[in-house]
Design a protein around this ligand. Sequence first.
Ligand SMILES: [Zn+2]
Ligand SMILES: [Zn+2]
Length: 131
Amino acid sequence: MPEKYRNLHIKLTPQRLAILSYLNGNRTHPSAEDIYKAVQKQYPTMSFATVYNTLEALKEKGNIRELKLDSAKKRYDPDNTPHHHLICVKCNEIVDIHWAFELSLPDKTVQGFELIGNHIEFYGICRKCKK
Ligand SMILES: [Zn+2]
Ligand SMILES: [Zn+2]
């Protein structure tokens, strides 16, 4: 079992482990449907509800991030380090941007918020769609 899942405090059934290993290092920002299709090859009896519930549990533990960048479906990001995203407006491919932007907000714009982070979305047309 990968070290990072040791202290998740969710019951790790073989099916859940299959979901975790599919997500581990995955950079495609898959949807629940994508994950379901992939793990079903290995576990034909796996239900969509199991996949979805596991994703919700992982999200609550802060192990994965839910992305609402794709209007058609929720996508999941196993990389929970701070990063930004580049999104293809044609095929909804989502690419990670690991770059520490120097960002600050002038005091008068913060309106009493305690700032805890930021996320920048860049839009474009990916290499595949440009052809
Ligand atoms: Zn594209
Ligand atoms: Zn990402």
